[in-house]
Write a protein that binds this ligand. Structure first.
Ligand code: TRP
Length: 334
């Protein structure tokens, strides 16, 4: 029995790009041998902003396909949809009674997403982090692989677990640790190195999708913004050249190398030279995944069966943990 348990979530709000892959899924593949893993498609988080109902299920299946195509073994790990296990939302309610308004008011992701329109966003967008805490703690997960941008939400999860434990004089909930991911943790837009690569960017040229064709990959990298200087082996210099740094980081991450070793290798070379190798590398590493996603999406019975097994496994676990929570707070679950 593996002692530590991982839970992580990916939103089904659009097709996946290499930012999702390098920032999350690629690392999940590595963790599956060391931890007991649950990977969740967080569809209830997605609807904190309006989603088209006719594509929701399709997107969820696509994320599951991407997990499997990337090398996550559905027989060794639990892959499931958040909305299939109502215990998440039940625990989220309890947590919304534990978390304080002041804590949620400090969440920078909410401030960023709400922008100036704070009065007009959904209540769900505000309470989003209590549902995320519930996703993690409904399985008593000890470790959570997340990108840098989710660190604050994980700290809130620990605060909620701690306050629950204090309020009810128990040590029931673990304080889950973040596993902050390496090199590719923040893949930036190919058009603007100061913005995160995102499905909501209006420009297709800002991102490489896992299912892009070789021509699309090649065109997007050729058009990717750089500067006119050659590559230098000075890491600090490259870090200030945002677009240059982003392309080098993508290369390093796909190749499991350090940025500095890629800089040494390409020092003095132009970006036109480097881009040829980058295109080749993306085609080598990403195209097979894209092809496998398309193949898996032809066999929806198989994908739905993975979802069903995931639902069954996670429900058994969540059910026993929620019963204990109800007992602790004096609501006996019948
Ligand atoms: N908030 C995460 C994101 O946007 C997604 C998420 C939801 C998640 N629940 C989670 C991540 C639980 C880790 C654990 O990326």
């Amino acid at each position: 029995m593996k002692k530590n348990r991982i839970l992580s979530g990916v939103q089904p709000s659009g097709d996946l790009h290499i930012g999702n892959y390098l920032g999350a899924i690629k690392n999940f593949v590595k963790f599956q041998n060391q931890y007991e893993c649950l990977f969740c498609v967080v569809d209830l988080h997605a609807i904190t902003v309006w989603q088209n109902p006719s594509v929701m299920l399709h997107q969820t299946r696509k994320v599951i396909s991407a997990f499997i195509a990337s090398g996550i073994d559905p027989n060794k790990n639990t892959l499931f949809a958040q909305s299939d296990v109502p215990h998440h939302t039940q625990l989220a309610w309890i947590f919304s009674c534990v978390a304080r308004m002041g804590w949620l008011n400090r969440m920078t992701q909410f401030k960023d997403k709400a922008g100036k329109d704070k009065e007009n966003v959904s209540v769900g967008l505000f309470t989003y982090p209590t549902l995320m805490a519930a996703d993690i703690l409904i399985y008593l997960a000890t470790h959570v692989p997340v990108g840098e941008d989710q660190k604050q939400h994980l700290e809130l999860t620990r605060d909620i677990a701690q306050k629950f434990n204090n309020d009810f004089n128990t040590s029931f909930f673990p304080l889950p640790e973040p596993l902050i991911l390496g090199n590719g943790k923040r893949v930036m837009s190919l058009r603007d190195g100061s913005k995160k690569m995102s499905k909501s960017d209006p420009s297709d040229y800002s991102r490489i999708m896992l299912t892009d064709t070789i021509d699309q990959i090649s065109n997007k990298i050729k058009k990717a913004k750089t500067d006119s200087h050659p590559i230098s082996d000075n890491l600090e210099d490259i870090k200030n050249r945002l677009e240059a740094h982003n392309l080098i980081s993508i290369f390093a991450s796909l190749n499991d190398k350090e940025v500095s070793s890629v800089l040494n290798e390409y020092s003095g070379k132009d970006f036109s030279y480097f881009k040829k190798d980058l295109i080749e590398l993306i085609v080598e590493k990403i195209s097979p995944i894209g092809k496998e996603i398309s193949k898996l999406m032809q066999d929806l019975n198989y994908i739905d069966n993975v979802l069903l097994r995931g639902k069954e496994n996670s429900t058994i676990l969540a059910d026993s943990i929620l019963s204990k929570v109800y007992e602790i707070i004096g609501l006996k679950k019948r």
